[in-house]
Write a protein that binds this ligand. Structure first.
Ligand code: NAD
Length: 417
């Protein structure tokens, strides 16, 4: 569970108020532009039919075609999909991308499905939504429970239905089909660049460079690699099954070996094991939640022993806990900035597919670093200007761009009375 749509909208409207934007402008995106609900009857490997619920929400397309991942998770529902689509709208605006926001969800446990069953499910999702998905209209990407293989199936199915190849219909594809290898690590590496850009402002990392990381998946792992290579020390990491501790710094290869063997990070060589939920109370300079929403809430915020939080997960801090953190002087680098590296590299991949001109991986990495540092500085400048925290400042930067877009399109796009 993460922030609800009303909590997120409240944040945007509050930030819009601080920059003098009229709330009335945001009336045009009070509700999602469309949320499509579909059923996916799938033949299981044993011959049974089973039907799953799925949704695609295109929240707002003021700034361009809608963009957002597809999540396969047993707890996903239409409210969560709408909230995440709203978050994508704000994130793309903050990053200055020519995209609106969308999200898709399939209510299923991907680990309980064989690869063939997942393929039938993803192809059925694409077939049901082939009229919505499109390279200039709505462009999916991976999210929890999906990855490059699922994106390849979407591109293939969409191409078969529309009788054409359009490599920019989906991002996060395998490199051989027009993906960028940089996409896989972009969220974690992007978060690292944001951290480096804000380090001075936050007074972080000069003496104490200890990090505690919750979640060792796609985002958390790439972040850990980049941060440790730059001299930060990973003293604790948790996954869903346990925590690994080493005051002198964890060995990332040992963590990867434990995961590759199908174990928890707690089983890594040279690490001390502890329960997963103790991660939030670890004494460190920087706590990095990179797993689930609302992990830091009113019940857990008192246990925190860090100087700052870098949000790689979407919505890991509840709004009430956010207030408590401000009172305690713990800075929060917000999700819409910290984890936007993935959608930024998705934009590069989309451009590559659209133009047919391959982009060198080194160039993709350079552009990612430049963009994340630039956006982090823009947010810090806004925070100074408004004398506020980084979260409200990030929403204010996004609100400025959305307001400009809504005003610019207003006459023709929204005044069809
Ligand atoms: P993932 O599935 O690859 O990894 C999730 C990790 O969290 C796993 O290590 C899992 O074991 C761990 N985890 C689950 N429950 C936990 C718990 N209770 N305690 C500790 N660890 C737990 O997912 P991901 O792609 O890395 O995404 C993680 C978060 O980052 C999500 O909130 C996602 O929305 C957000 N995010 C990811 C991307 C991306 O490109 N991967 C982009 C933007 C936002």
């Amino acid at each position: 569970m993460g922030d609800t749509i009303s909590e997120l909208r409240e944040r945007l409207l509050e930030a819009a108020g601080t920059i003098g934007a009229e709330e009335a402008l945001f009336e045009v995106q009070k509700y999602p532009r469309e949320t499509i609900s579909v059923s996916l009857p799938i033949r299981r490997d044993d011959g049974r039919m089973q039907t799953f619920k799925a949704w695609r929400c295109r929240y707002d397309d003021t700034l361009g075609p809608t963009k957002g991942g597809i999540r396969i998770h047993p707890d996903v529902d239409s409210d969560e999909v709408r909230a995440l689509a709203f978050l994508m709208t704000v994130k793309c605006a903050l990053m200055g991308l020519p995209f609106g926001g969308a999200k898709g969800g399939i209510e299923a446990d991907p680990r309980a499905l064989s690869e063939a069953e997942r393929e039938r499910m993803v192809r059925a999702f694409t077939e049901r939504l082939a009229w919505v998905i499109g390279p200039e209209r709505d462009i999916p990407a991976p999210d929890m429970g999906t990855g490059p293989m699922e994106m390849a199936w979407i591109a293939d199915e969409w191409g078969a239905i529309h009788s054409r190849h359009a490599r920019h219909v989906v991002t996060g594809k395998p490199p051989v089909l027009g993906g960028l290898a940089a996409r896989d690590t972009a969220t974690g590496r992007g978060a690292y660049h944001v951290l480096e850009a804000l380090r001075g402002t936050l007074g972080l990392g000069d003496g104490d460079r200890r990090i505690a990381l919750q979640g060792y998946g796609n985002g958390g792992r790439a972040f850990a690699r980049a941060a440790v290579a730059a001299g930060w020390r990973l003293v604790a990491v948790a996954d869903s099954r346990g925590m690994a501790l080493a005051e002198g710094g964890l060995d990332l290869d040992a963590l990867d070996a434990a995961k590759a063997a199908g174990n928890s990070v707690a089983a890594a060589d040279g690490a001390r094991a502890a329960p997963a939920d103790a991660i939030l109370g670890i004494d460190c300079a920087l706590l990095v939640p990179a797993a689930l929403g609302h992990q830091v809430h009113t019940g857990t915020v008192g246990a925190l022993d860090c100087r700052a939080i870098l949000e790689i997960a979407n919505g890991p801090v509840s709004p009430d806990a956010d207030i408590a953190l401000r009172e305690r002087g713990i800075a929060v680098i917000p999700d819409i900035l910290a984890n936007a590296g993935g959608v930024f590299v998705s934009w590069l991949e989309w451009q590559q597919g659209r133009s047919g001109m391959p982009l060198a991986e080194a160039e993709a990495e350079r552009l990612l670093a430049e963009a994340m540092r630039d956006r982090a500085r823009a947010v810090a400048t806004m925070a100074d200007r408004l004398d506020t925290g980084l979260r409200r400042a990030a929403y204010a930067v996004a609100a400025e761009r959305l307001v400009e877009g809504i005003r610019a399109r207003g006459a023709c796009a929204y005044a069809r009375s």
